[in-house]
Write a new protein. Structure first.
Length: 256
């Protein structure tokens, strides 16, 4: 199957989708987004990486920034932070350059290396877009982490590529249906940029909410309804709860 340009999804959504399908849908399907200091730091880190006027050439290395990539097979498009070309025995010819030059994408991240494959999937997706555009193989790339100021080389294995194919196909199915999945919270949910500063609750029964402030015996909980507007539901805690104590900051409670 091939996708038309108007059907392309954002390549950066791969990382969101791997981390949390609900977060991805809130951002890319429902078009909700809230900046926090982590997302601002990430934007600042990417400003230089996406400066298309910056080019670096020394010896057998050529580095360009902000290269746009897309794949009609995956149905995604986006920008590569930095695309390096290394002169060697494999690669593609470049105008005004002698020999062959191997593409090597580098993706910038604000934090430190993670245990999951979320960052590697986005990098692999970039490489697969470039392979389709440049008609050459890209076996590896790198992730640069702003916190450690080091890069990590990533082998773009077939298993990683198949995960990209599977996830982009699922992203398209959810996007076409306009679905926002319901998911259980994970240990990383407190980093979700979609959360507001007040206590929040998902819009369905049985959802879990995190107490970001200590509630009094009679409090309001802010609810994010699926269609957008913010409303407040007054909560009257039962007598037994009031006599003991409201939920502590950082605790999780279930809405029944």
């Amino acid at each position: 199957m091939t996708y038309q340009e108007e059907d392309f999804l954002q390549l950066s959504g791969l990382q969101h989708f791997k981390f949390c399908r609900r977060q991805w849908a809130l951002i890319h399907v429902e078009d909700q987004w809230e900046e926090n200091y982590r997302t601002v730091e990430g934007d600042i880190l990417h400003q230089r990486a996406h400066d298309e006027d910056l080019r670096e050439s020394r010896g057998d290395l050529l580095a360009v920034r902000g290269v746009r990539g897309f794949s009609r097979t995956l149905g995604v498009s986006g920008a590569c932070d930095v695309l390096e070309y290394h002169r060697g025995e494999t690669g593609i010819p470049l105008p005004g350059k002698e020999g062959l030059w191997q593409p090597f994408p580098v993706e910038y991240k604000r934090g430190s290396p993670k245990e999951d494959t979320a960052d590697a999937l986005q990098l692999c997706g970039q490489a697969m877009c470039l392979e389709e555009m440049l008609c050459c193989a890209i076996p590896r790339g790198a992730l640069y982490y702003g916190q450690t100021r080091r890069r990590v080389t990533v082998e773009l294995t077939e298993a990683l590529r198949q995960e990209v194919r599977t996830m982009t196909a699922e992203m398209h199915r959810l996007y076409d249906r306009g679905d926002t999945p319901k998911v259980k919270p994970t240990k990383g949910c407190h980093l979700d940029a979609m959360r507001k500063n007040s206590p929040t609750v998902a819009p369905h029964m049985g959802a879990w909410i995190e107490m970001s402030t200590k509630l009094s015996s009679r409090s309001c909980i802010t609810v994010a309804p699926r269609m957008g507007a913010w409303i407040e539901i007054p909560i009257l805690w039962p007598e037994r709860t009031r006599r003991s104590s409201p939920p502590a900051r950082g605790a999780w409670i279930e809405i029944s």
